[in-house]
Design a protein around this ligand. Structure first.
Ligand code: BTN
Length: 243
C-alpha cells in the first residue's frame, strides 16, 4: 500500500504533483485528481482531462537497481492497465507498443513515465496513468481516435472500483518488474499486442521504417522484421500499415 495518498479536486497534472511531493522529501506517493488543467501526454502533447469523468492517477516508484530496473517498464505498466480493464470488456482490448491501451483502433488509456533525481544516485520514476472512463462521444476534441469505457460498454462504471483494481494490478506488476524484470511478462504482453505479426511503419523525426512485428524483446524493445533481418527498436512512433 502507498503510505501517502492524495486526492485532489483539481491539479495542473498528477505527474507534476508527485514530482513536487518527491522534491519535498515525501515518497511512496499516490496522487489522484478529478480534473487536470495541464494534463500531459507523451511527446509534449496534452492529455484532455475533464472533471469527474475519468481516472488521472500517478505514483512514485523508487529506482534502486539502476537503469536496468526501468527496461520495459512502460510496457509492464500497460499490462497492469490491460488487466484492470479486461474484466469489463469482452473484445478488442489490447496494447500498442510501447504503451497505448486501445479498444479496436481507438485509444482508451495512456501512460506517461518520467524520471526524477540523479540516475547516478537515488532516483524515482513517476508513473502516470490516464484512463477514459465515463467520457461521452462529444466531450473531447482530440485529433487521434479515442474512446472511453462507457462508449464501449454502454454503461457508466464506478471510478472508485476501477481505481482499487488499477492500484492492485499496478503494485503486482511493479513488484514483478523489480524482481524478475519485463522479460518475465514478455509472452503475456505479446499475446495482447494488437499489432503482433502485422505490417507497421515506425516513424522517427527524419525517416520511417516498414516491417513486420515479430514481438518485443526482454528489454521491451520492438522487434521488427525489416526485409529479411530482425531489428530491435527502443523508440519511434508506430502506425499500422494498410495493405
Ligand atoms: C499519452 O500520451 O498517451 C500519455 C498520457 C498520460 C496521461 C496521464 S493522466 C495522469 C498523469 N498526469 C498527467 O499529466 N499525465 C498522466
Amino acid at each position: 500500500a502507498y503510505r501517502n495518498i492524495f486526492v485532489f479536486d483539481q491539479l495542473d497534472s498528477t505527474n507534476l504533483e508527485v514530482r513536487r511531493q518527491l522534491k519535498t522529501g515525501i515518497n511512496d506517493v499516490l496522487v489522484i485528481a478529478e480534473e487536470q488543467t495541464e494534463g500531459r501526454g507523451r511527446r509534449g502533447r496534452q492529455w484532455e482531462s475533464p472533471y469527474a469523468t475519468n481516472i488521472y492517477l500517478s505514483v512514485s516508484w523508487p529506482v534502486t537497481q539502476g537503469m536496468a530496473q526501468l527496461e520495459g517498464l512502460s510496457l509492464s505498466v500497460g499490462l497492469a492497465v490491460y488487466r484492470t480493464l479486461q474484466p469489463y470488456l469482452q473484445t478488442n482490448l489490447g496494447l500498442k507498443w510501447p504503451n497505448d491501451v486501445l479498444i479496436g483502433h481507438k485509444k482508451v488509456a495512456g501512460i506517461l513515465i518520467e524520471l526524477l533525481g540523479d540516475p547516478a544516485d537515488s532516483f524515482y520514476a513517476v508513473i502516470g496513468i490516464g484512463i477514459n472512463i465515463n467520457l461521452k462521444a462529444n466531450q473531447l476534441k482530440v485529433d487521434s481516435p479515442w474512446t472511453s469505457l462507457a462508449l464501449e460498454t454502454g454503461k457508466c462504471t464506478d471510478r472508485n472500483e476501477l481505481i482499487v483494481s488499477l492500484v492492485r494490478h499496478l503494485q503486482e506488476i511493479l513488484k514483478q518488474q523489480s524482481a524478475e524484470g519485463f522479460a518475465s511478462m514478455r509472452k503475456e504482453w505479446e499475446q495482447v499486442h494488437l499489432w503482433q505479426n502485422k505490417m507497421v511503419s515506425l516513424s522517427f523525426t527524419e525517416h520511417e521504417i516498414v516491417g513486420k512485428v515479430l514481438g518485443v524483446s526482454p528489454k521491451g524493445e520492438l522487434e521488427l522484421l525489416v526485409g529479411d533481418e530482425q531489428k530491435n527498436f527502443a523508440g519511434g512512433e508506430l502506425t499500422l500499415r494498410l495493405q
